[in-house]
Design a protein around this ligand. Structure first.
Ligand SMILES: [Fe+2]
Length: 354
């Protein structure tokens, strides 16, 4: 940005720099990058990760890395090339591989996390004493500071998407991490109690609902989500996303997690969405089918298993050029965090005249 300050002012600012620094103070300097830009200016880059590239990498991770029950997870991070770390400005998406017979030991952390199961079934996860079996397409939540561990006794490797709001947590300097005293938690007498109470989303035991904004649900099974999406296909189409639903907190109607929003959507054959841009970031996973997303004029063709993140405030629109096949996308975004801070804005492109 061109500097408009007179030369004397610039010289005075530079001359003050060292004196002020001695007292841990500073003033704006001529060589500072612009502090306020007219619109978001993100270093985060729109990035497509293709399953055909990821799959062999995951196989190598499975062969070459061991999963120490008390230590590191075996995860392949989706690293945004424009950022020092993380998939987007607020969260990290990673693909975790767990092999038959393995246990990922108990721990807890401030970062909110969830997993969306990509391949396989049968692993169990225990969250604060509740135990659930995870199957392909399930969404499982581990909200901040809940204990969680995983165990798998199947036949073939299981793969899931892990998303944690690590970059947001780190930017707030709020990192806590605690390993469990034991590798696995004790499981509650009713291991799936919260699902039994709240899982229908329609009815729950009489009496006072918990006086908390925390989501009582920990799992959103694939079949339930699919059935809801099929029902929503009877509604008028969303002009940007066709058929789209948000995973919700059944107590408040708000997003399923405090900081991250998750959605599932279907783009029907021939669908062409309108363009929109928004603050905040998001990551898509292509559950099935193929299509394309045009971001700032560049077309990203995607198909089953691919991941796509879109730069904040970039115009984008989705299309499904197939005449027969539907495409299903899972999305995670940071809109709940952005909204509660008052930083969420969106803009729709006016429809073309033709
Ligand atoms: Fe964790």
């Amino acid at each position: 940005m061109a500097q408009t300050a007179p030369m004397e002012d610039q010289a005075a600012r530079l001359a003050l720099r060292e004196d002020l620094a001695r007292f841990d103070c500073r003033i704006a300097q001529p060589d500072d990058p612009p502090l306020f830009t007219r619109s978001p200016n993100s270093a985060s880059q729109t990035t497509l990760w293709r399953w055909k590239d990821l799959e062999p990498l995951l196989e190598r991770l499975g062969e070459q890395l061991t999963l120490d029950a008390g230590g590191q997870r075996r995860t392949l991070r989706l690293q945004n090339p424009g950022l020092p770390f993380g998939t987007t400005t607020t969260f990290w998406g990673s693909i975790q591989v767990i092999l038959p017979g393995e246990i990922a030991g108990a721990h807890r952390h401030t970062a909110n996390a969830f997993r969306f199961i990509l391949k396989g079934s049968g692993a169990t996860t225990t969250v604060n004493g509740e135990r659930y079996t995870m199957n392909e397409g399930d969404l499982v939540l581990t909200p901040g500071m809940t204990w969680h561990d995983h165990e798998y006794h199947g036949e073939t490797p299981m793969i899931w998407l892990d998303v944690l709001d690590i970059s947001l947590m780190r930017s707030m300097h709020a990192t806590f991490f605690e390993p469990g005293e034991k590798i696995q938690q004790e499981v509650s007498a009713v291991p799936d109690a919260s699902w039994r109470k709240w899982g229908s989303g329609l009815m729950s035991p009489p009496g006072q609902a918990p006086r908390t904004a925390d989501n009582p649900l920990l799992v959103y099974p694939h079949e339930v989500a699919q059935a809801a999406l099929q029902a929503a296909a009877g509604l008028p189409p969303d002009p940007f996303d066709d058929v789209v639903l948000e995973y919700r907190n059944p107590l408040t109607g708000g997003p399923a997690m405090r900081t991250m929003g998750m959605r599932l959507q279907t783009l029907r054959p021939g669908m062409r969405g309108r363009a929109r841009r928004h603050t905040g970031s998001k990551l898509y996973y292509v559950v099935r089918g193929e299509g394309a997303t045009i971001v700032e004029g560049r077309t990203y063709e995607w198909s089953t298993g691919d991941f796509l993140t879109i730069q904040p405030w970039a115009w984008h629109e989705h299309l499904n050029r197939s005449s027969t096949g539907e495409a299903t996308l899972f999305q995670v975004n940071d809109f709940p965090a952005m909204s509660v801070l008052g930083y969420y804005f969106e803009e729709e492109r006016a429809e073309a005249a033709s």
